[in-house]
Design a protein around this ligand. Sequence first.
Ligand SMILES: O=P(O)(O)OC[C@H]1O[C@H](OP(=O)(O)OP(=O)(O)O)[C@H](O)[C@@H]1O
Ligand SMILES: O=C(O)c1cc(=O)[nH]c(=O)[nH]1
Ligand SMILES: [Mg+2]
Length: 193
Amino acid sequence: MTRDEVLSQFRDAGAILEGHFILTSGLRSPVFLQKARVFMYPDKTETLCKALAEKIKDAGLGEIDYIVSPALGGLIPGYETARHLGVPAMWVEREDGEFRLRRFEMPQGARVIIVEDIVTTGLSSRETVTSLKALGAEVLAVACLIDRSGGEADVSVPLVALAEYKVPAYEPDNLPPELAALPAVKPGSRGLN
Ligand SMILES: O=P(O)(O)OC[C@H]1O[C@H](OP(=O)(O)OP(=O)(O)O)[C@H](O)[C@@H]1O
Ligand SMILES: O=C(O)c1cc(=O)[nH]c(=O)[nH]1
Ligand SMILES: [Mg+2]
């Protein structure tokens, strides 16, 4: 899929939101990719994740034992990408703020690809890599649907992005006036009680 085809799937689902958003990293942005509005549609999700699975295969990473995704956003694309790769999918979820593989066993040395929905700073992906390495997994790569950093994010392992879409993000104490004038909302699940 081309970058424009990937972005069209998001645009057609009404998933490219404009306003003032607090991102999971704490950065602020005038654009939010509300992936849940894409994952509402099984056909769109299948199209995107089939293409991501092909890109993962083309990356030549060798045998893959498991896909693991960070909840919540990674759950649906992780499952669907795993389906196209023919491997099982697990997820990590936050417990006391830390990603944990609460419901599954990870065999020592298992070869894992992490599937994320969106990468902005790479923070959530790095947290996922750390949690899986601590269990003895070999993390081959992170794969995501959209890399908002335009290739700049450090996920601590190779990053396979279906599309890059560079979107501005600002430190909260350095906002452009037109962004500061809008009320801020935080759509993601980090820090929710
Ligand atoms: O690269 P980063 O700077 O970490 O940003 C990207 C992360 O932000 C979102 O998750 P969020 O924590 O908002 O919660 P969600 O998965 O429940 O949407 C998204 O699903 C990624 O996991
Ligand atoms: O950085 C984030 O938290 C983030 C950005 C985005 O566009 N979409 C999303 O789900 N999370
Ligand atoms: Mg997430």
